[in-house]
Design a protein around this ligand. Structure first.
Ligand code: SF4
Ligand code: SF4
Length: 77
């Protein structure tokens, strides 16, 4: 079984709070370059999309998301 964080791209606003939560949790610093989750955004795209990680036991990124775009899941493989 693996743990992962899934995203609903329709709910993601690109606010980057999840990046800040991850960075602060692991590095005690609000710095998106130190986050394990990355929000992809491009002018040619019509949406923002988080690149996800599956490492953290507590997942403060999920708790930080104001639109509930991130969901913690366990998947049997
Ligand atoms: S996943 Fe949630 S917290 Fe992260 S950028 Fe999207 S809306 Fe913001
Ligand atoms: S699961 Fe943990 S390590 Fe991964 S992005 Fe979320 S807070 Fe960061």
């Amino acid at each position: 079984m693996i743990k992962l964080v899934a995203v609903d791209p329709d709910k993601c606003t690109g606010c980057r709070l999840c990046e800040m939560a991850c960075s602060f949790h692991h590095e005690q610093e609000c710095n998106s370059t130190k986050s394990r989750i990355r929000i992809l955004h491009g002018k040619e795209w019509a949406f923002d999309f988080p690149l996800l990680c599956m490492q953290c036991a507590e997942a403060p990124c999920v708790e930080s998301c104001p639109t509930k775009a991130l969901i913690r899941m366990r998947v049997l493989v």
